[in-house]
Each structure stands twice: as C-alpha cells, then as structure tokens.
Write a protein that binds this ligand. Structure first.
Ligand SMILES: C=CC1=C(C)c2cc3[nH]c(cc4nc(cc5[nH]c(cc1n2)c(C)c5CCC(=O)O)C(CCC(=O)O)=C4C)c(C)c3C=C
Ligand SMILES: [Fe+2]
Length: 432
C-alpha cells in the first residue's frame, strides 16, 4: 500500500518517494508567529537536522515530537490542499447550506473570507480578526482546508448553467441506509491537521466566517494514526484493524492525474473545474461487534488480504501483486470470489480508480447500543460515475464486507482547482 503513511521526518519541500501519499506539498519549517522562541522550535530544528527519528522507542530528550507542528501545506497551488497530502491525525468534515437570499454575491464574499482564513491558518498565523487563541503556540501542523460545492449550491446562486454534469446525484444503492439530514449540502469543507487543537481552531474560524451567510448542515469528526506512532512509516489501519490504502493510485503513475483531477481541456466539465476533483463522502458505520466475532482467518477472507501485513492471500508482502487465479489443494480460489480487495480492483471494474483518503470516526455508543464508529470514507476522482459509482455498484451486488458495514450518509462535491496567488477558491466559478 502505500502509503497513506505519514512520514516522521521531512526535509523542506521534499517530495516523498512513490509509496507515500503524499506530503509532496508539505514543507518543513518553523512557523513564523507561533513557534519562534519556544522550546518547540528548538526541537524542530534538531529534528530536521537529525533526519529520520523512530518514535517506537520511549521518546528521549532528542526525540523531536514538536516537529509535527512545523509541517506546512501550501494553500495556493494547482490543486487544493487536502487531496495529495498524507493522512492527517485529526479531521473535521462539515457541510453548510447558504442562508435564504445570499445568492452569488454573498457566496463569493464567503469564499473570499474562507480562503483568506485558510491561507493564514495553514501558514501558522492567526485569523485576521478575533482569533480564538485555540491554536496559539502550535505550528501549522500540516493543516489543510479544502472547499467544495454541492449540487444544490448552483440553483441557490443562479449558476445552474455552470453546474457540472458529474455532480448529478449519486444513484441509490440497495444497501444504503442514508440519513438525508447528514448528506450532501450546498458547500463542503474538509479540515485536516496533525494536531487536534489546530484542527478545531480552523473549524471554529470557518464556522465564524460563515456568519449569517451559511449555517452548518452537518459535521463529522474523524481521526487517523498520529505521525510518529509507528516505528516506521506505514499504510494506515482502520477501525477493523486492516491495513487500508495499499492499492491507492500513486502520483508517479502515468495515469494518476487523468484519474484523479479534471483536465484543463478535453473533458465535459466546465472550465472552472480545471485541476479540480470530485469528492465522494460516505459515512460508513462498521458493525464492530459482528466483525470482531469473526476469526482472523474469516476476516482475512472477507478482504482477501492478511490482517497483519496487508499482503494478498495469494502470498508475498503488502506490495506483491495479487494472484487472482491462485487455487489451494482443493481447487478453491485463495482470494475468495467476493473478497473486497478482489472486486474493487480497477481491472475488475473497467479501469475505475479513485484516491481514498479517509478518516476513522467514533461517536460513542449509538442508540442501538453498539459503537457508532467506522470510516468517513472520502474518495477523489476526475469522474465519480467512472470512479466511485462503478465500484460501489459492484460492491452492492456482492461484497463480502457488506455484512459488516452500513452506509449511513453520503455527499458528492465539486472541488475546484487550487487558488492562484491573489485568488480565492472558486473565484473562476463565482466571477467567471
Ligand atoms: C466504492 C468504493 C469503496 C468503498 C465504499 C470501500 C469501503 C471500505 N473499504 C474498506 C477496506 C479496504 N478496502 C480496500 C481496498 C479498496 N477499496 C476500494 C473501494 C472502496 N472501499 C478500492 C478501490 C480498493 C483498492 C482496490 C485495488 O486497487 O486493488 C482494502 C485493501 C487494501 C487497499 O488496497 O487499500 C481494505 C482493507 C473498508 C473497511 C470499507 C468500509 C468501511
Ligand atoms: Fe475498500
């Protein structure tokens, strides 16, 4: 897999090797305002000089835990941040609906405010006014803030002609048990950071910026493993204990851009979506009591990969190609015919691929008496019909995993390309 791993030590603007997804646009540096003159800053400098430092052992005085705070993702760029960066430890997904009468002008003003806040906070600065101080003393901590538009945004702002066909509502799937109140929305914001206070600070700032122009429709909070928690960078695990993300498309693959990002020309998308991507967001509850009642062998047959190391059941290591034809002594397929990792493969789905970049969630015990926990499944693609929908249709027809999960909410959002210097996100739509 690779690697939804979160690297432990980074050099300035270092692009990680192919496996890593990807802090390619993360640069290491002491945040101007927050860290200067603090003990943390010293730790960071030591960390940068020291190269890779394993955190598996008990932290020593030289262990630069504070280096996590120094990681900074760029707000301006070809693509919005929060798509190519490695998984972050904390996340908030939040959808907003515009207030009645706000219209295109009000929406433009909101996106301008949000972009200014995102740029400042991602650089480790405070908000332009009335900062809450929640992230005071912390560095940027790899904060990313990503903005998207839902189907309903376009009618509310009189921009129907600019609505991409790709935003047409997702089809119903037979296994869906969706809560409409926690689905879709006019606007979507994804916040991720490697520090919980930094992420919360950003969430509050975005909410406050919304003012009376938009109200929160739904919000979900998630998490991933903290950077440095494992002895070496590795693919993330989910709450079922599986290594999850192994076969994500990699930026170095020749067709990566074509699969994940809308091209500048030659597609059916409106020009304002150039270099953008479509995010499908599904809150997927894991039926953990049922899952944990299975033996490890049964669990591995559901996925088609080993739980310990993510290797395909046909053998090898995590990155060894799965042998779909391999049979055991009795002639049975070693990777079961309905195993999740078999039937989701691009070569079983007409080439359909997506970049999965999820957060786990846990909201205590549900009213049904079992954990309200699972995956905030976020996947990115240039065309959701060719990506998510194709694969989910297949899963709906017979995925061994479906007995152990429940899709509880859904969203589809058009995420425009990154803002150039001096621009705000979505400007080409709102002022085009
Ligand atoms: C419609 C798309 C998908 C949904 C929904 C989905 C849910 C889901 N998946 C896991 C765990 C794993 N998924 C793995 C691989 C995998 N899953 C999808 C798509 C969806 N998953 C794809 C496209 C792939 C990769 C296929 C390939 O290219 O070979 C794996 C195996 C390791 C890996 O490659 O990541 C695991 C484990 C859960 C728990 C889940 C819902 C809660
Ligand atoms: Fe999956």
């Amino acid at each position: 897999m690779a690697d939804q791993s979160i690297p432990e030590a980074r050099t300035p603007e270092k692009a990680l090797d192919d496996g890593a997804l990807h802090n390619a646009v993360i640069k290491e540096g002491v945040s101007r305002r927050r860290l200067l003159g603090t003990a943390g800053a010293t730790g960071l400098v030591l960390g940068a000089a020291g190269g890779t430092v394993g955190y598996a052992a008990r932290p020593s005085e030289a262990t630069p835990l504070a280096s996590v705070g120094a990681d900074e993702a760029m707000f301006h760029g070809k693509h919005q941040p929060g798509i190519l960066q490695g998984l972050q430890a904390c996340g908030h997904l939040v959808a907003f609906d515009l207030a009645a009468g706000v219209g295109r002008k009000g929406a433009a003003a909101l996106l301008r405010r949000w972009s200014q806040t995102a740029r400042r906070l991602m650089a480790g600065e405070g908000t332009a006014a009335d900062d809450t101080d929640v992230a005071r003393d912390a560095g940027p901590s790899a904060l990313t803030i990503t903005f998207g538009f839902g189907y309903s945004f376009f009618a509310r702002t009189g921009l129907e002609k600019q609505r991409p066909v790709a935003l047409d509502p997702l089809p119903d799937f037979s296994s869906d048990q969706l809560d409409k109140a926690r689905s879709n929305g006019d606007l979507w914001v994804q916040i991720g950071a490697n520090d919980a206070l930094v992420a919360f600070h950003a969430l509050r700032a975005i909410q406050k910026d919304a003012g009376s122009a938009a109200r929160v429709r739904w919000q979900m909070n998630g998490f991933n493993r903290s950077p440095g928690a494992t002895a070496h960078p590795m693919t993330a695990r989910n709450l079922m204990g599986q290594i999850d993300g192994t076969r994500n498309p990699k930026p170095s693959e020749p067709d990566f851009d074509r699969r994940i990002f809308v091209p500048s020309s030659g597609s059916n998308d409106p020009s304002w979506m150039a270099n953008g991507s479509y995010a499908v967001v599904r809150r997927i509850r894991m039926l953990l009591d049922d899952w944990e009642n299975l033996s490890v062998t049964e669990q591995e047959n559901v996925i088609g990969r080993r739980k310990a190391n993510g290797a395909a059941l046909s053998g090898g290591s995590e990155t060894t190609e799965m042998d779909l034809e391999k049979t055991d002594a009795q002639g049975n397929l070693v990777v079961p015919i309905n195993a999740h990792a078999r039937i989701t493969r691009p070569d079983q789905n007409g080439g359909a691929a997506m970049l999965r970049r999820p957060f786990s969630y846990h909201d205590g015990i549900g009213t049904d008496g079992v954990p309200d926990a699972g995956l905030l499944f976020v996947c990115w693609q240039a065309d959701p019909l060719r990506g998510f929908v194709t694969v989910q249709r297949k899963l709906d027809r017979g995925d061994a995993l479906s007995k152990y999960i429940r899709h509880e909410s859904s969203g589809l959002f058009a995420v425009p390309g990154g803002a150039a210097e001096g621009e705000y996100v979505g400007q080409r739509l709102l002022e085009g």
